[in-house]
Design a protein around this ligand. Structure first.
Ligand SMILES: Nc1nc2c(c(=O)[nH]1)N[C@H]1C(S)=C(S)[C@@H](COP(=O)(O)OP(=O)(O)OC[C@H]3O[C@@H](n4cnc5c(=O)[nH]c(N)nc54)[C@H](O)[C@@H]3O)O[C@H]1N2
Ligand SMILES: Nc1nc2c(c(=O)[nH]1)N[C@H]1C(S)=C(S)[C@@H](COP(=O)(O)OP(=O)(O)OC[C@H]3O[C@@H](n4cnc5c(=O)[nH]c(N)nc54)[C@H](O)[C@@H]3O)O[C@H]1N2
Ligand code: SF4
Ligand SMILES: [Mo]
Length: 702
């Protein structure tokens, strides 16, 4: 058999590294970084080898399965044909929604949806026939505040300002750990080299994080912050910028309004007000504000740690107001907008907010989705609009959403559940039918979701590495097949289903680079990708706001200041604050079934400062019970001076010890689920995003 070389993007995280994969027949022989990739330049991380492991995993489902229950009430799984699986699914979805109304259907789509362009392009084939209000996704345990702020300030949910790290002089980063995560809402492969280069040219990375993380290790400066208090710090920075007359919107001035009103509204939030709550001295805050404002080009950026907490939307809004007030938005070396080859900003709706609310708790929708934290109650609370049938795709909400234990139990009460997923896991074990798609290496690939967040404009298309196994279907084909079956049952005409690559070709040929004749054919000639250059200043043209103006006095976050004022004028509790943690060899809940990634020390441990252990009589390495309003788990504690006193850290995505899952390696490295103690009632009240960081907990010897 001859060896073949394939060019392929890694789809596991947002860094979208280019790979060279060597195969021999059906075997992957090697996976290496592609040095010719204009964005990733040869970089990879230890997870890249998982592409082989996923493909070869004996636990990965190859055929649809249905749950069968015997006379004794025990259930097992039986392989069925695609015909039966698709027909039954379509029939059950239509029966239940025709009987109980369309909102009896719930939909949850998880994170890998965005890493699999066929799922993005083709979900509408099914869901356009099933327009339920009960749509949920991983967005509301993640980046919802970013979308909302982009909608408010820039007029489109996908217009994200991207840190232009390669040209900046000063980088203020909050609640992100790119050395472990490889960057988020910031496609930045090889981030470590880029940080080192920033420092080598005399620049500075200042990191604000309650844990001295892998990123803190290489940052120029790291400051601990008490979880959930970032809004006070950001307000203090902005306050200093205004009160010391450092605001200078520079190139933005001609189309920016409302900064004066912001300055007035935040006048009370001084560095001295913030200090006792954040733990960052007023003096440091003032110095940071001055350094940032006086740098020729600077970035303020915050990610998970400031999004998935009680003030997520306010934080993200303050971050952008800082970028605008200092003239660093849309400036080389500041935070810039991309111009991707297939431009989602032109192709998809801008999004909307609070046009309807969840039935039980009245939480606001965003972009036609409700907060995932409301899913369990929508299933268990009787009444019109109760969710009776659920579709999950590429998601594991039992391990990923707050109070996952409650959701776990709620899923058992559904009348029908179908999961589009390659694994029988903590969530899909509740399904009646599981529809497994082809393996990632069996379908083509285009980063529809991540070229838009990238530090450079590039475009790349990959052919499948392997021919799909006989009798398998891609995710997009499953959506197409289900959509047409549902259409027929509803008396509509079935529609021909075009492959997603065709849609990309049309997008390329009508996109911003059409004059350079960009097309799928052209990308096929350049399998390592095409470089479309560094980010360019594009404002005000790129804005999608009314009159193309940047209006800074956004009413919603300004009104939210009252909540902050109220909370921090109350006496503070004596509880510990729980935060999460990511590791470069893991990825959310589904990277624990590959021996090469999980071997070695158990990573699902609780980090705790020794100063918090002594008064609780807790020894290093002991089993402890962590308890919150929502629940409790037992886990091993590790004494650690790298977490701030008063803070404990537990990674999410573990808890694989539940009955009936078929992930043999993960079961042996089960750990506990952090989301058994996060609280579905702890939200960013403004956006509805889950506050999985800063959860109030107590810890005691088990
Ligand atoms: N290896 C690996 N890579 C991943 C993932 C993974 O699971 N593993 N997941 C991917 C996904 S889905 C995402 S969204 C991204 C996330 O990407 P990042 O946001 O860069 O990654 P996190 O590790 O979640 O970083 C959040 C940081 O916030 C800190 N933090 C917690 N609470 C607070 C707070 O209140 N204030 C401040 N200032 N900081 C706080 C935490 O200590 C942590 O260091 O990573 C992606 N990449
Ligand atoms: N406490 C706490 N909770 C968190 C976080 C945290 O930091 N702390 N992080 C949050 C974040 S940022 C995120 S993004 C969410 C993630 O939440 P989810 O998206 O719900 O969970 P994942 O673990 O990403 O699960 C991915 C699922 O998709 C399946 N899958 C993988 N590839 C494919 C594919 O190509 N097609 C299909 N059909 N299925 C596929 C996997 O088998 C798995 O079941 O978790 C959130 N939850
Ligand atoms: S950083 Fe690692 S997981 Fe992320 S895309 Fe690159 S190789 Fe894949
Ligand atoms: Mo995420």
């Amino acid at each position: 058999m001859s060896r073949q070389r394939h060019y392929r993007a890694c789809h596991l995280c947002e860094a979208i590294c280019g790979l060279v994969i060597e195969t021999e027949g059906e075997q992957v022989i090697s996976i290496k970084g592609d040095k010719d990739d204009p964005l990733s330049r040869g970089h990879i991380c230890p997870k890249a080898v998982a592409l082989k492991d996923i493909h070869e995993d004996p636990d990965r489902l190859r055929r649809p399965v249905k749950r069968v229950v015997n006379n004794a009430g025990q259930h097992s799984w039986e392989e069925i044909s695609w015909e039966e699986a698709l027909d039954t699914t379509a029939r059950r979805l239509v029966e239940i929604t025709q009987r109980d109304g369309i909102n009896a259907l719930g939909i949850y789509l998880g994170n890998p949806t965005v890493h699999n362009y066929g799922m993005m392009t083709h979900q509408g084939n099914l869901f356009r026939h099933l327009r339920t209000n009960n749509r949920f996704s991983a967005t509301s345990v993640d980046q919802l505040p970013h979308h909302l702020v982009s909608l408010w300030l820039f007029g489109h949910k996908s217009l994200f300002p991207i840190p232009d790290i390669d040209r900046t002089d000063y980088f203020l980063m909050l609640g992100a750990n790119p050395i472990a995560s490889n960057g988020s809402i910031w496609t930045v492969p090889d981030v470590k080299k880029r940080i080192k280069a920033l420092q080598a040219r005399g620049g500075k990375l200042v990191l604000i994080d309650p844990r001295r993380t892998e990123t803190a290790e290489i940052a120029s400066e790291h400051h601990f912050i008490s979880p959930g208090t970032d809004a006070l710090f950001l307000l203090a920075v902005l306050n200093t910028i205004f009160s010391e007359d450092l605001a200078r919107p520079r190139q933005l001035a001609g189309f920016t309004t409302g900064l004066e009103e912001v300055a007035l509204d935040i006048a009370q939030f001084t560095p001295e007000f913030a200090e006792p709550h954040t733990g960052i001295s007023a003096e440091d805050t003032r110095r940071i504000a001055r350094e940032l404002a006086q740098a020729e080009a600077a970035i303020c950026y915050g990610r998970m740690g400031v999004s998935t907490q009680a003030y997520g939307a306010l934080n993200q809004w303050l971050i952008q107001i800082i970028n605008i007030a200092t003239g660093n938005l849309d400036r080389p070396g500041g935070s810039m907008f991309t111009l991707p080859a297939v431009d989602q900003v032109s192709n998809i709706s801008p999004g909307g907010f609070a046009r309807h609310h969840s039935r039980v708790r009245g939480l606001p929708e965003f972009d036609r989705e409700l907060p995932a934290a409301a899913m369990a109650e929508e299933i268990t609370t009787p009444g019109e609009g109760q969710v009776r049938a659920l579709f999950t795709g590429a998601g594991n909400p039992v391990l990923s959403t707050p109070n996952g234990r409650q959701l776990d139990e709620a899923l058992g009460q559904l009348e029908f559940m179908v999961s589009l997923d390659p694994y029988l896991n903590e969530t899909t074990r509740h399904a009646d039918i599981i529809l497994p798609p082809t393996s990632p290496l069996e379908h083509d690939h285009y980063d529809l979701g991540f070229h838009i967040n990238s530090i450079r404009n590039t475009a790349r298309f990959n052919e499948p590495v392997f021919t799909p196994a006989a009798g398998s279907l891609h995710d997009w084909e499953i959506f197409g097949e289900l959509g047409n079956r549902v259409a027929v049952l509803l008396g509509l005409e079935p529609q021909p289903v075009q492959p997603p690559s065709r849609m990309i070709d049309l997008g390329l040929q009508s996109g911003p680079y059409r004059e350079q004749n960009l097309s799928l054919a052209k990308l096929r000639e350049h399998p390592s990708g095409i470089d479309l250059g560094p980010l360019q200043s594009q404002l005000p043209a790129r804005l999608r706001t009314r009159d193309s103006m940047l209006r800074c006095n956004t009413p919603e976050p300004l009104a939210d200041l009252e909540r902050l004022r109220h909370e921090f004028n109350q006496p503070q509790h004596g509880l510990l604050k729980l935060i999460g943690r990511r590791h470069v060899r893991s990825n959310n809940s589904w990277m624990h079934n590959y021996h090469r990634l999980v071997k070695g020390k158990n990573r699902c441990s609780l980090l705790m400062h020794p100063g918090d252990m002594v008064p609780r009589d807790i020894q290093d390495g002991a089993e402890v019970t962590i308890s919150s309003r929502a629940g409790s788990v037992q886990v091993r504690v590790e004494s650690c001076e790298d977490v701030m006193p008063g803070v404990v850290s537990l990674p999410h995505g573990y808890g694989h010890n539940r009955a009936g899952i078929r992930m043999e390696v993960a079961r042996k490295h089960a750990g506990v689920s952090c989301n058994d103690i996060t609280d579905e009632l702890a939200l960013d009240a403004l956006s509805g995003n889950a506050a999985v960081n800063g959860v109030l907990v107590s810890v005691a010897p088990a």
